[in-house]
Design a protein around this ligand. Structure first.
Ligand SMILES: CCCCCCCCCCCCCCCCCCCCCCCC(=O)SCCNC(=O)CCNC(=O)[C@H](O)C(C)(C)COP(=O)(O)OP(=O)(O)OC[C@H]1O[C@@H](n2cnc3c(N)ncnc32)[C@H](O)[C@@H]1OP(=O)(O)O
Ligand SMILES: Cc1cc2nc3c(=O)[nH]c(=O)nc-3n(C[C@H](O)[C@H](O)[C@H](O)COP(=O)(O)OP(=O)(O)OC[C@H]3O[C@@H](n4cnc5c(N)ncnc54)[C@H](O)[C@@H]3O)c2cc1C
Length: 627
């Protein structure tokens, strides 16, 4: 209810206005919302933050830069930089990606050379491709970066390390000497974020600015390794774990809220010719577009909660020096981020398109969501690269399963029990336990299929790296199958253990079955090819899905209402709680800058000659235009 936090009409703002507005809101919110003593907003504040996050800037500062200080800094470095960053007295970003490299980190070209005489690092971007490019908040806001660069001592390279580098003066905010920094220009989304470029030439930083939790450089240039170097990739694992809730589940829930509410209001056409026009939500085709996406929101939410818990438990183990869970967590976080962002982004577009012409209007709030979700498929690990990382782990586990009993998320790879499906009715295929088994079997066969193909190629003389490259599509499918079985399995377990009313549990169970069946019906080729289902059972799977659409239709609006978004957060003429779609759209359009005047001066200026000539012709004075 604080007017300072009420949304302005972002669609009618320029990019610079949106950048300024996001900064104003974020810093105002920081002052008002968050308790000064700490960075852990609780209760309604956190709920508000999570729902309003798209309107804030400094997400990289808060969601990546600060956690990196905690992950890579020594206690002294944390004590120095965390309080400054937590209170926004320094603004930072995570500067890793370069103009020439984003996925292949061993190809990064920014260099940090140790200068023993002065006990400093000299930072250089040796060529244009080494320039840092993309980091959020870097173009105009950040005055510090957590710079990921190749450490070099006496000509020897030690790999990527994290360095704290100040890039702007803390008083004037001007770039420091040797620093060329700016905004990278308009993008598909994140209009309010100043993703930036950063070119460093002979920038000197103290030796103490090498974040030294995992390794350090002594004054004489001696390099000391202090832990599992793969922890250097730890920040990316954490962001992949965290972004699922914030950037996939939350936006998809908003898009579904808008589309389902609108579909309950929008009347268009007839089902029974003798009856009145129906709400488009009564069309099974519309239900088939919307309800599986609503189910995805819940299943991704449940699976993400499990992954966050796994990351938390892993982090506690790392503190004790035990990094044994890292390979499994890396594979799962990489695979989940890739597969759920792919499903989420596609799902947001499906529900946007289901809103017809008004879904194409920015007044619906949907284009903003769709475009922003598209970025989740690229940042924090491009999806294909992430799926291949996940597949790399699965192939290794499949080999190990031949001699060991596996545990964790890959346990099913060593399950050699009879997994054939005995379903005779579509009701059998709505059973959670049957759906879990089907997904486990499909995943196991997909992993084994990819592995076998590569083994055969290598046996026939193909180098392993070429076999890997040629089977990439099968490996990606195996990663997707693995994640789908994880999402279905964790959701079934989560719902079964949830203490809630029987009616709520029934709805959640139906949504889980709908998610699983939609996945089966969208990938039935795999399920038949791997002998998981017969062709007749595939027909039953379709019947089972359609039956669930019918059962869930009456509760569709109630289910999305349970996401509890305010109209102010949704920013949608189609999804407002009161359902006054047409009045809101008209009011919204009238506010467009184009409608400030009845006659748009520029259009009149260019049209004027033609308008006058047309008038003359109509009034019989002029000749017919040659046009
Ligand atoms: C009121 C005020 C409010 C204020 C603001 C409001 C804020 C509210 C709170 C904030 C909450 C926010 C939550 C989060 C939301 C986030 C929003 C996100 C916004 C955009 C962020 C985007 C940021 C970025 O994009 S950063 C850059 C990301 N870049 C990447 O991900 C690069 C991807 N590439 C790689 O990771 C590597 O190159 C890789 C893995 C592909 C290959 O590496 P490499 O060549 O070295 O390894 P391999 O040879 O393939 O494998 C070797 C070996 O290593 C293992 N391994 C690889 N990676 C990892 C890893 N990460 N962890 C562990 N192990 C790893 C691999 O498995 C191999 O192991 P083997 O045993 O040898 O098989
Ligand atoms: C909105 C947004 C915000 C971002 N924020 C940040 C930030 O704050 N900090 C930061 O450091 N970076 C940031 N990034 C950069 C982001 O992390 C990179 O864009 C991402 O890692 C992908 O790398 P790339 O752009 O080099 O793509 P590439 O790796 O060049 O991908 C191009 C194509 O090559 C394919 N490809 C690449 N490698 C392989 C492979 N091994 N096998 C098969 N196919 C492959 C990919 O699948 C893709 O199709 C951001 C990007 C975006 C879009």
């Amino acid at each position: 209810n604080d007017t300072s936090m009420q949304h302005r009409n972002l669609n009618h703002m320029t990019r610079e206005e949106r950048f300024s507005e996001a900064m104003r809101r974020t810093l105002y919110a920081l002052k008002v919302l968050l308790p000064r003593e700490g960075w852990t907003p609780v209760g309604p504040e956190m709920k508000y933050l999570a729902r309003a996050i798209k309107e804030f800037t400094f997400i990289i500062h808060a969601g990546v830069f600060i956690p990196c200080i905690m992950s890579y800094g020594t206690n002294e470095q944390i004590a120095k930089w965390f309080p400054l960053a937590a209170d926004f007295r320094i603004i930072g970003t995570y500067a890793q990606t370069e103009l020439g490299h984003g996925s292949f980190l061993r190809g990064l070209e920014t260099i940090a050379t140790y200068d023993r005489a002065n006990q400093e690092f000299i930072i250089n971007c040796p060529k244009i491709t080494a320039m840092k490019w993309w980091p959020g908040d870097m173009g105009k806001s950040a005055n510090h970066v957590l710079l990921m660069a190749e450490l070099v001592i006496d000509g020897k390279k030690y790999g990527m390390h994290g360095f704290m580098v100040q890039i702007r003066d803390l008083t004037t905010h001007e770039p420091l000497p040797g620093v060329t920094v700016g905004d990278i220009g308009a993008k598909l989304s994140f209009e309010s974020v100043d993703n930036g470029f950063l070119y460093l030439q002979n920038v000197r930083i103290p030796r103490e600015n090498l974040l030294s939790k995992l390794s350090e450089v002594h004054p004489d240039g001696t390099y000391i390794k202090k832990g599992n170097q793969r922890l250097m990739y730890g920040s990316m694992v954490r962001v992949r774990v965290n972004l699922i809730a914030h950037e996939i589940v939350m936006p998809l829930a908003k898009a579904c809220t808008i589309a389902v509410r609108y579909s309950a209001v929008r009347r268009q056409g007839l089902i029974n010719p003798s009856k009145e026009e129906v709400p488009v939500l009564d069309y099974v085709a519309q239900q088939h577009k919307l309800l599986p996406q609503v189910a995805t929101v819940f299943m991704a939410h449940f699976a993400a909660k499990q992954l966050v818990k796994m990351h938390h438990d892993y982090s506690l183990e790392v503190e004790k020096g035990n990094t044994s869970q890292l390979p499994e967590l890396h594979a799962l976080s990489a695979g989940m981020k890739a597969c759920l962002s792919e499903q989420g982004a596609a799902g947001a577009e499906i529900v946007r398109r289901a809103c017809g012409g008004h879904g194409y209007s920015c007044g619906s709030g949907l284009p903003f969501i769709v475009n922003r979700m598209l970025a989740t498929c690229t940042y924090e690990g491009e999806n294909t690269v992430m799926q291949l990382q996940c597949a790399r782990y699965l192939i290794k586990c499949a080999d190990q399963a031949k001699k060991d009993k596996l545990t964790g998320s890959v346990w099913y790879l060593s399950d050699f029990s009879n997994m054939s499906c005995t379903a005779q009715t579509f009701g059998d295929l709505q059973e959670p336990s049957v759906l879990v088994k089907l997904h486990e079997r499909r995943a196991k066969c997909a992993v084994q299929h990819a592995g076998k193909k590569m083994q055969n190629m290598v046996k026939n003389g193909t180098p392993a790296h070429d076999a890997w490259n040629m089977m990439a599509t099968l490996l990606i499918n195996a990663a997707r199958a693995h994640i789908m079985q994880y999402v279905v399995g964790t959701s079934v377990t989560y719902i079964s253990e949830l203490s809630c009313s029987a009616s709520l549990k029934k709805i959640l169970t139906q949504l889980c079955a709908l998610y699983a069946l939609h996945n089966i019906n969208s990938n039935c080729g795999d399920f038949v090819k791997f002998g998981c289902l017969t062709s007749a059972q595939c027909d039953l799977a379709q019947e089972a899905e359609f039956n669930l659409l019918k059962q869930l239709r009456p509760d569709a609006v109630g289910i999305v209402d349970s996401f509890d978004f305010t109209d102010d957060i949704l920013q949608s003429c189609l999804g407002a709680y009161d359902g006054n779609v047409y009045e809101r759209l008209f009011e919204w359009a009238k506010q467009a800058p184009m409608n400030k005047t009845e006659v748009h001066q520029d259009s009149y200026q260019y049209l004027q000659p033609y308008l006058h000539e047309g008038r003359d012709v109509l009034e019989g004075r002029g000749r017919n235009s040659k046009l």
